[in-house]
Write a protein that binds this ligand. Sequence first.
Ligand code: AMP
Ligand code: ZN
Length: 477
Amino acid sequence: MPLQLYNTLTKKKEIFRSIKPRRVGLYTCGPTVYHYAHIGNMRTYIFEDILRRTLEYLGYRVKQVMNITDVGHLTDDNDSGEDKLERGARREAKSVFSVAKFYTKAFVRDLEALNIKKPSVLSPATKHIKGQIKMIERLVKKGYAYDTAGAVYFAVLKFKDYTKLSGKKLEDQQTGAREGVAVDSSKRNPEDFALWFKIVGRFKNHILHWPSPWGDGFPGWHIECSAISTHYLGQPFDIHTGGVDHIGTHHTNEIAQSEAAFDRPLARYWLHGEFLNLSNQKMAKSAGDMVTIETLRNRGFDPLAYRYFVSLAHYRSILDFSWEGLKSAQNAYRKLLSHTARLKAQSKNKKLNTLRDASIARELKNKFIAALENDLNTPIAISIIWFVISSQRLNPKSKYRLLIDFDRVLGLQLKSAKIPNPPHMVRLLSNKREKARQIKNWKQADALRRQMSGLNWEVDDTPDGPVLIPKRQEMSQ
Ligand code: AMP
Ligand code: ZN
């Protein structure tokens, strides 16, 4: 089966065909670096990483480009409010530059903690001011943009099919006028959006600004992604991604700008990751109870257990976050590590690969590929991992190889799995339990399991023998 991806633009699952053979240009909208990323943001980056790894697993060479928003993203997506970076700088009494630098570094650390591959290009918006100005000039020349006292705006009515990505009517689009929000009266249409803000009026003290044909100012948020994606990937490129909140405004505006400027589609496939919710609400940076990777660590969680938790849901379903849910995901993840480590130990110096094994392994690998090819179905992919572990038909070496192979996509660092050595007493109890099981003395076997549990060790019976797994007591709720 070929790879199929759900395309927000056409609102259906489509067979993926790359523009250039075996190569993919992928653009993923990056973070606004005025604060730590929360685990909701990181869910979106994990989904994008799974997409990239799946493409690579299937034999594509992927060029992934991500922007870093360090200017122009206002606290409200509809051109009102203030620049998030300037707000961050005020909050921390630091310069805008040091805030951007600090949170960019923190973001890269979060990527590493979650084993997310670093994009081929990670570029701040402020490094592409010239490109953005050039694009705006083009839009002004072609009659898509107009200059006012405070800003240069994109005239949405000039662009045919402006709402094609969201499939909404223009009046339902969140872009411009939202009830109760003051709209610049010099906009021709309330939905028009800013390409360039001038440092006048409410922005007269804006710290970041550059000269432009329309006077000193700074770019709007959307134009950076249009300029950066086209610069590195050309136009059109293959896949553009982000969270679902980008569909209505940010990506709609990116499409309008880029397609109006170059009369070509911006990207062929648009993929959007659903939200991570906390108490039925979208997790947001402005909310007080925002959870970061650091919060997870402080609560005794391994960031990779969060990656496992995220992979248990399909990227297009809302995922409700709870500490209980994460805890059971962490338990399962630890079991997975223990099983992998045990299989590794069992497969050393053994020549176990038979022809029969190879064909069963191939069959399971095909199932795994089919799950991913079906719009990145990671929950099924994870269930195949467990199926491999419990298989009666495969030897440990084949199992281990399969797990390591699958982990190229799942990114759970199974290769580094190590079982801590159980204490002497636990090993003794486990051996005794095995003997009891051999003579079918289930009562004694259960009693021994309880004794081991009292010492904080669990035992998992597998076709390849018992796996001893340490219980973690220190995790908080
Ligand atoms: P931002 O740093 O706010 O620009 O967001 C970075 C990425 O995280 C974007 O792709 C957003 O769509 C995504 N995002 C924001 N909030 C959530 C959430 N609660 N769950 C999943 N993704 C989110
Ligand atoms: Zn973007």
